[in-house]
Design a protein around this ligand. Structure first.
Ligand code: FES
Length: 572
């Protein structure tokens, strides 16, 4: 059913100066009069930036979206928003996810836009765009830039991020020389696109597909493959249909979509960062969805995708094997198959034709990479508001562990002491990092997968239990407990841990316990002094004043919910 007039008519269909001014100035760009005939205006929200190499090709992709919009009778208008690149931004892109989401939200609301195609790629650009658009709730489609081609180096296949950690360990132990490290650096990232491991970018692109807000195969088609351009053009055509039918984002991103996302995150061995981003996105849409849903719905989901960091292969192989539709078909009994998608058919109808082409890359459910691929939520006296671990990236024997804490006061303290030959650490130790949470660093950086101390690497130790209130790169691996809430910088129990304390991790029992009695904890709490705030002005101050803890997705308290897109009053 077509609903007219569109929102853009408030700008372009008006008589007198209120229509003259927006039309006249837009015509200065060469747009002909037929584009102002009442057709839907489609915003193409672009995170292209030379500061974000993973998104450097999104200008080209936008041209394909535009062609699709024009073919379907819409009027495409591309606009830039703040972009977030993992390799360059400091202190961490997570500090700016909410700022980028505000940019997206306010740009959409302030302009004559009837529907939006979001172009994202690098990790935080996907949640930032989805969150901002969700608070507007127009018809919306996400199109990802797609993963890079596989890295290749001296007969090895290199995966973004994951193999950086391995190469660094080889270099630190002398197994790889400087020339080799330099050559690997050039060989790893050899095409446009985002990290080609199942890191945060691939996870978010895939679960957006699972939630129905991105087209089928959005996660897997490589950035350099012409089929990515076809997907973009098709999305351009579809968004016009969604506007004509007034199919809003909130009609796609229902509770069922979030439940599907949790299951799919387990089945693909997805990034722990997805937990934060989906909690924040649900908050924008008013969908009831909590940290405990992650644990409950992810329980016993088999990880079928044998991709790094949990497994062996990379996104190019995943695409050749059939991509996410094959995964979803194989776990279809756990999904809401009647969920709607931006493609038009239900999720079940979209994945019905999928055929797997490689059971090594996408396993059958009776031969999973791990039987329990879902992310696990831990609680206990060390994490009253929860913590997260990714079992598929952990060492099985360490998932039940009791060890002596080695505490680092912050990331700088860790870097200064980790390779100290006198560090009193052994293979059973538990590394504890404080003050790396949302307010502590600030921005909750990906420093949770602390490097193994050099002297243990020399002994052949490849994993240790590590705990923090930080995040971990989606491309990292290890027995790493993350997102401990409340964080240490606001006086959470993590702040009270001391070197020598015993810590018990029980992943099967969902427990994380500090074996210190209540009286001693109370004594330490009385002595605890809050660290000074990192910012007293500007965006940093806004961040510190409004950021919520990990169990609320690290969104700002004032950004929870949405305001829709009522056209504001004119200013002339
Ligand atoms: Fe951009 Fe990994 S650094 S996706």
């Amino acid at each position: 059913m077509t609903k007219r007039p569109y929102r853009s008519a408030e700008w372009f269909a008006r008589e007198g100066k209120y229509g003259f001014i927006p039309r006249s100035w837009m015509k200065s760009q060469g747009f002909g009069p037929e584009l102002f005939d009442g057709r839907p205006v489609i915003g193409i929200c672009n995170t292209w930036s030379e500061l974000v190499p993973c998104n450097r090709h999104l200008g080209d992709l936008a041209e394909h979206v535009k062609r699709g919009v024009l073919l379907a009778g819409g009027f495409p208008l591309e606009f830039p928003v703040m972009s977030l690149g993992e390799p360059l931004m400091r202190p961490t892109t997570m500090m700016f996810r909410n700022l980028a989401a505000m940019d997206v939200e306010e740009t959409i609301r302030a302009n004559p836009i009837d529907g939006v195609v979001l172009l994202a790629g690098c990790d935080k650009t996907t949640p930032a765009l989805l969150m901002g658009a969700a608070s507007c709730d127009l018809p919306t489609i996400l199109v990802s830039g797609g993963p890079m081609l596989n890295g290749r180096f001296r007969g090895r296949v290199l995966g973004s991020g994951t193999d950086v950690f391995r190469l660094d360990e080889e270099y630190r132990t002398g197994a790889l020389d400087k020339a080799g490290l330099d050559a690997a650096e050039a060989a790893m990232s050899r095409s446009a696109g985002s990290c080609m491991t199942m890191g945060t970018a691939s996870t978010m692109a895939s679960i957006a597909e699972a939630m129905g807000i991105a087209p089928s195969l959005n996660g897997a088609i490589p950035a350099a493959d012409s089929r990515r351009s076809v997907l973009a053009e098709t999305a351009g055509k579809r968004i016009v249909e969604l506007v004509k039918n007034d199919t809003r984002m909130s009609q796609i991103l229902t509770r069922a979509a979030f439940e599907n996302a949790v299951v799919v995150t387990g089945a693909i061995g997805g990034s722990t960062n997805a937990v934060l981003h989906l909690l924040a996105l649900a908050g924008r849409l008013g969908v009831p969805f909590t940290l405990d849903d992650w644990d409950r719905l992810g329980r016993d989901v088999p990880c079928l995708v044998d991709l790094r960091p949990s497994g062996r292969f990379l996104m190019e192989d995943f695409f050749e094997a059939g991509g996410l539709p094959v995964v979803m078909k194989r776990i279809g009994d756990r999904l809401h198959l009647d969920a709607p998608t931006v493609d038009g058919p239900t999720l079940g109808e979209v994945i019905a034709p999928a055929v797997g082409h490689d059971d090594e890359v996408i396993r059958q459910p009776d031969n999973p990479v791990t039987a329990d691929g879902g992310l696990v939520v831990l609680r206990g006296n060390l994490a009253p508001q929860g913590a997260v671990i990714k079992p598929s990236a952990a060492t099985p024997r360490l998932m039940q562990h009791r060890g002596r804490a080695i505490v680092f006061a912050d990331a700088e303290d860790f870097r200064a002491r980790v390779d100290d030959p006198d560090l009193d650490v052994d293979a059973d130790s538990v590394l504890v990092l404080q003050n790396a949470g949302p307010r502590g660093y600030p921005g909750m950086p990906e420093v949770g997968s602390m490097a193994i101390p050099k002297k243990l690497l020399a002994e052949g130790v490849t994993d240790l239990v590590r705990l923090s209130d930080a995040r971990m790169s989606g491309t990292a691996y290890g027995t790493v407990v993350l997102h401990i809430a409340p964080e240490s910088a606001i006086g959470g129990p993590l702040a009270l841990v001391r070197t020598g304390d015993m810590i018990r991790l029980d992943v099967a029992g969902r427990q994380l316990e500090l074996e210190v009695d209540a009286a001693e904890m109370a004594r330490r709490r009385a002595e605890w002094v809050a660290p000074p705030p990192h910012h007293d002005r500007g965006y940093g101050r806004i961040f510190l004043d409004h950021v919520q803890q990990a169990d609320r997705g690290v969104d700002f308290d004032v950004l929870v919910g949405g305001s829709g897109t009522p056209p504001s009053k004119v200013s002339f």
